[in-house]
Design a protein around this ligand. Structure first.
Ligand code: C2E
Ligand code: MG
Ligand code: MG
Ligand code: MG
Length: 278
């Protein structure tokens, strides 16, 4: 390699790095604006049981960005946590979800619907988290029994005492808990017994190859039997094919979520679809 080439290589990398730094600074600025200007909206995905009835709905956060288009949570939740914006965003999601619970409580086909809201790690462990949830319920008059919080295994390990106290407090109000992306973390089995968990959500990474990968099939089967042993409900996420559905149903999975059942829908589509079905 010539000296000139070497220099070029170095310049290439520093250009890339510079670009990444600039890009991140821009995104930081933009997400602060997004929080202030409320550039967020919610999408939804319906869940079904084996009998073909809608059994719940998951709330999915989106950011409507002026030039980037629609940005998904995978691209901005970690940044929002780092910047200390997650409580503001999380509050907004909880309040919007609770408004819908309240609104749906009088609509045919939507009255009984359990509404699942994803909670991030920093949000859950924040000292104000319980107040944030109870505040959203009080402000909107939503029935806590319709609210289902999706937490992840990492929360159970990161601060067990805090997790347990908060879960017990919220559970006493009638709120339910699902363990999202189950199987990807490393929670101890004793947690399933000691914490007020209602539902395990089999991660879509296992569901995806359940018909071709022996390990994924074994893990999936184990999660379903684990749920049964502990008396928990179990739902599979990311179900895309009939073969996946059949495997899951044969193993005793009760609820299903994924593109085989429903695409991601906006609020008006959810309402008209469920009104038509009821
Ligand atoms: P998640 O909770 O595991 O949500 C499921 C994700 O899988 C959603 O992606 C959904 O659109 C997608 N999905 C559903 N069915 C299928 C399918 O059949 N095939 C495939 N390939 N994908 C499917 P999304 O909306 O991009 O959300 C990604 C993650 O972002 C969520 O994963 C959740 O952890 C997080 N998230 C979503 N909304 C919120 C929120 O309000 N707050 C926080 N903290 N996190 C959120
Ligand atoms: Mg989820
Ligand atoms: Mg999930
Ligand atoms: Mg997942």
């Amino acid at each position: 390699k010539s000296k000139a080439e070497g220099r070029n290589t170095i310049r290439f990398y520093s250009d890339e790095l510079q670009k990444a730094v600039t890009e991140r600074a821009l995104l930081e600025k933009e997400i602060r604006v997004a929080v202030e200007q409320k550039e967020f909206f919610l999408d939804f995905q319906l869940q079904e049981n084996g009998a073909g009835n809608v059994s719940g709905i998951e709330v999915l956060l989106r950011w409507r960005h002026a030039s980037r288009g629609i940005v998904t949570p995978a691209e901005f939740i970690a940044l929002a946590e780092e910047l200390g914006l997650i409580m503001q965003i999380g509050s907004w999601v909880l309040e919007e979800a609770c408004k819908l619970i309240k609104r749906w409580s009088t609509l045919p086909g939507l009255q009984e619907l359990g509404v699942s809201v994803n909670v991030s790690v920093k949000q859950f462990h924040h000292p104000d988290f319980v107040a944030q949830v109870t505040g959203a319920l009080q402000k909107t008059g939503a029935d806590p029994k319709r609210l289902n919080l999706e937490i992840t295994e990492s929360m159970l390990i990161s601060d067990y005492h805090d997790t347990r106290t908060k879960m017990i407090t919220l559970k006493a109000l009638g709120i339910r808990f699902a363990l999202d992306d189950f199987g990807t973390g490393c929670s101890s089995l004793s947690h399933l017994q000691r914490l007020p968990i209602d539902q395990l959500k089999i991660d879509q990474s296992f569901v995806q190859h359940v018909n071709s990968d022996k390990n994924d099939a074994t893990i999936t089967r184990s999660i379903i039997s684990l749920a049964r042993s502990f008396g928990l409900a179990v739902i599979a996420e990311g179900v895309e094919t009939e073969e996946q559905r059949r495997f899951l149903a044969d193993e005793g999975c009760e609820d299903f979520q994924g593109f085989l059942y429903h695409p991601t829908l906006g609020v008006s589509d959810v309402e008209s679809y469920l009104a038509r079905r009821s």
